[in-house]
Design a protein around this ligand. Structure first.
Ligand code: FES
Length: 316
C-alpha cells in the first residue's frame, strides 16, 4: 500500500490488558472527528513503525464514533509488528492507517452461521458473533485456546448460556475442528480465523462444501508457496503496453518500478490488498487469500506473489 493511501491518522488513547500476551488498543481520530464505520471482519492497515505495515482486525461494535479498537498478541517469533505494539507504543503515539477494509464480511443467510476461531483469530470472529446476536440471527461459535486463562473475551463468552458458544481448551480433552465440522450441515455458512495450521485444516476439511459458504482469514503469513519461477509477460489492459516479469520479480514490483500505482500492503500473499482482475491467461496462485478450492475458477490474482503460467492480460 502506497503511503499516500494511508488516509487516516490515529492516536493511541488507551491500552488495556486482554489476556496473557494480548493487549487491546483504542485508537482515536487525531482531529476528533468521527471515523468511517465498518462491519465485522474489517481490518486496518496500520503503519506500526516507518515502513512497517501490519493488518489488524477491528473489534465490532465501535466503542464510540471517533474510536477504533484492535487486539494485538505479542508473537515472540513475529516479524516485529506485535513487539512494536507491546514494547514501544504509549498513549499519544500517532499511527498512519488505511480506511477500514473488509475481505472477510458476513454474508446474508437464513441458515445458522458457524464461526470458528483459534487464539487471536477470535477478533474478527467475536465481532461477527456480536453482530449476528444483535440481529437475532442463528449462530454457533467454537473457540479454541490453551485454557480459559488464555481466552480473550472469556468473561463475555463464558457467560453465554444459550448454547451458542463452545469454548474448547486444548490443554485438556477437546474436539478437533474435524470433529466439529463433521456435524455441521452442508448448507451452513462457515467463517474461520486462526493460526496457519487451523486454516490449512479448515481448507482441507471444507473442500467439498459450496465455495460461496466457506470463508476464512489468515492472521499470519504462511510461507509463500514456491514453484518454478520462470519469467512471464503481462499485458496491461487499462494502462496499455506490456511488461516482462523476471524470475526474481513480481507483478507488483514490476508495475511499481514502471511507475504504475498498484495497492499493496503485506507483500506476503495474506491481506488481499494487491488483488488484480485477470482478463485472460493461466495463473499460478501462490497467495493465502484465495482458498485452494477456488483457485481454478478465480478471476483475480494477488500481484505480490502469484505468477503467470502463460502471458496474462490484467485489468491494470
Ligand atoms: S499485498 Fe497483501 S496479498 Fe499482496
Amino acid at each position: 500500500m502506497a503511503s499516500s493511501e494511508l488516509g487516516l491518522k490515529l492516536r493511541l488513547v488507551e491500552v488495556r490488558y486482554g489476556a496473557p500476551g494480548i493487549n487491546l488498543y483504542k485508537l482515536a481520530a487525531c482531529d476528533g472527528t468521527s471515523l468511517p464505520p465498518f462491519e465485522p471482519g474489517a481490518h486496518l492497515d496500520l503503519e506500526v513503525a516507518p515502513g512497517l505495515l501490519r493488518q489488524y482486525s477491528l473489534l465490532w461494535p465501535q466503542a464510540s464514533p471517533d474510536c477504533y479498537e484492535i487486539a494485538v498478541q505479542e508473537a515472540a517469533e513475529g516479524r516485529g509488528g506485535s513487539r512494536a505494539w507491546h514494547r514501544l507504543s504509549v498513549p499519544g503515539e500517532i499511527y498512519p492507517s488505511s480506511l477500514p477494509r473488509n475481505l472477510f464480511a458476513l454474508r446474508p443467510a437464513a441458515a445458522t452461521s458457524y464461526l470458528f476461531a483459534g487464539g487471536i483469530g477470535i477478533t474478527p470472529i467475536i465481532s461477527m458473533y456480536r453482530k449476528l446476536v444483535a440481529e437475532n440471527r442463528p449462530v454457533q461459535l467454537h473457540y479454541w485456546t490453551r485454557g480459559p486463562e488464555a481466552a480473550l473475551f472469556h468473561a463475555e463468552l463464558g457467560a453465554v448460556s444459550d448454547g451458542s458458544v463452545r469454548l474448547h481448551h486444548t490443554s485438556g480433552p477437546a474436539p478437533r475442528l474435524a470433529d466439529v465440522l463433521v456435524n455441521v450441515p452442508t448448507d451452513a455458512p462457515l467463517y474461520c480465523c486462526g493460526p496457519t495450521r487451523m486454516i490449512d485444516a479448515f481448507d482441507q476439511l471444507t473442500v467439498a462444501r459450496p465455495l460461496e459458504l466457506v470463508h476464512r482469514e489468515r492472521f499470519a503469513a504462511a510461507p509463500i508457496e514456491t514453484g518454478p519461477a520462470g519469467g512471464f509477460s503481462i499485458r496491461l489492459a487499462r494502462s496499455g503496453g506490456s511488461l516482462e516479469i523476471g524470475p526474481n520479480e513480481t507483478v507488483l514490483s514490476a508495475c511499481l518500478a514502471a511507475g504504475i500505482d498498484l495497492s499493496y500492503s503485506c507483500e506476503e500473499g495474506v491481506c488481499g490488498a494487491c488483488e488484480v482482475r485477470v482478463l485472460s491467461g493461466s495463473v499460478d496462485h501462490r497467495d493465502q487469500v484465495i482458498p485452494p478450492a477456488a483457485r481454478a475458477t478465480s478471476t483475480v490474482m494477488m500481484a505480490c506473489c502469484s505468477r503467470g503460467l502463460t502471458t496474462l492480460d490484467l485489468d491494470i
